[in-house]
Design a protein around this ligand. Sequence first.
Ligand code: IMP
Length: 422
Amino acid sequence: MKTSIIIGMQWGDEGKGKIVDVLAKKTDAVARYQGGANAGHTVVINNKKFVLHLLPTGVLQNKISIIGNGVVVDIEELLNEINMLKKQGINIKDLFISERASILLPTHKILDRTKEKSRGKNKIGTTKKGIGPAYIDKYGRKALKMGDMRNKKLFIEKLKKYIHNFNNNEVKFYKIKKVNEKEFIEKILIMRKHILKYIVNTDFLARNLENKNILFEGAQGVMLDIDFGTYPYVTSSHPVSLYAFAGTGIPFRKNFNVIGIVKAYTTRVGEGVFPTRMSKIDEKNMRKKGGEFGATTGRPRNCGWLDLFALKYAAFLNNVNKIALTKMDILSDTKYINVCIGYKKGNKKIDYYPYTNELNKVKPIYKKMKSWTSKDMENLKNGKIAKPIKDYIKLIEKYTNAKVSMLSTGPRRKDIIYLEKL
Ligand code: IMP
């Protein structure tokens, strides 16, 4: 399989983990390029469920696994994850973390919780994993980088400066507990010992990957992108495909796929505009049937109909040429299915994807479609595609101008149907 970028096309939770896992088998390396432990990529292997937050899903296939410079690395969470996998019989071998990636410290998580609280009813609904504060430090040029760990003396000096600033600024401003310098540094240095071996030079890594096929694993989704999503109810990184190379330091390739992961309906966690949100009763049913609870936070996800207008925007922006459609089974045996084919502002149809202030005012235009049965889902395994399923796929292809190449019909590795070879 050629180099591919996998992105979530909606508001995250499209089922990327499982698709990356099955495609990782066909590639040399898997690379995370943005976000942090806010992600929750779920993979089921032999009835065992693995939820990865920070490690690239490629670790489950023993592939070269890269955490790129665009990621904010929660070192505490990373070690927990490595240990959790060890306990389940998976030993991490080929993990490489860019020395240019920023470190997410425990203080970032404290700040995330505190800031959310102070926002009151205007809260963003973050995962409280410290993502926003870690990126603020990165772009404020105050972050500690993974590469700083290499020189212990310098690292301690930088940590002291960081804690001094934290205790004199954020602690006073938010009226939170001071950090005990000695305890904090001791704790970080223990983690450093276990992590050092994974840290690599970004340029060196890129050169060694020159002739390898890479699977870039996007976290979250296009509609949560800091620039292109529903700002300010977004994450603080760039889930878009455009960032895959920038977030890893791997030079731009000439020939690659962009595989968009689309859930057959839409979900969203946290706050923010959600044009195709379902009625309370439909949402309740969908949440139950689809098991729509956050993999990282356990929060109930809001559910809505498939938004083809948003998908059209996401597909165009990201140059998506292939689609993996997930959770088709959840829509089976329903009375009807709605799909949004456009937005209306007042009585006028709009022909561009609007910015949040305007998006708040739009009304979705729905097309009612016939549902398929669980029997139809079974028949998919024998290569028979029932008409309502075909129609659904065709409509998605029409709006996205991309080929639906894969259908995921359940959580296990084998619950997958290829409609073309990838
Ligand atoms: P943050 O990334 O924790 O700062 O959260 C910002 C917004 O992104 C919130 O609405 C979160 O619910 C959402 N978010 C972050 N990560 C994910 C994810 O992996 N799946 C779905 N939503 C996410």
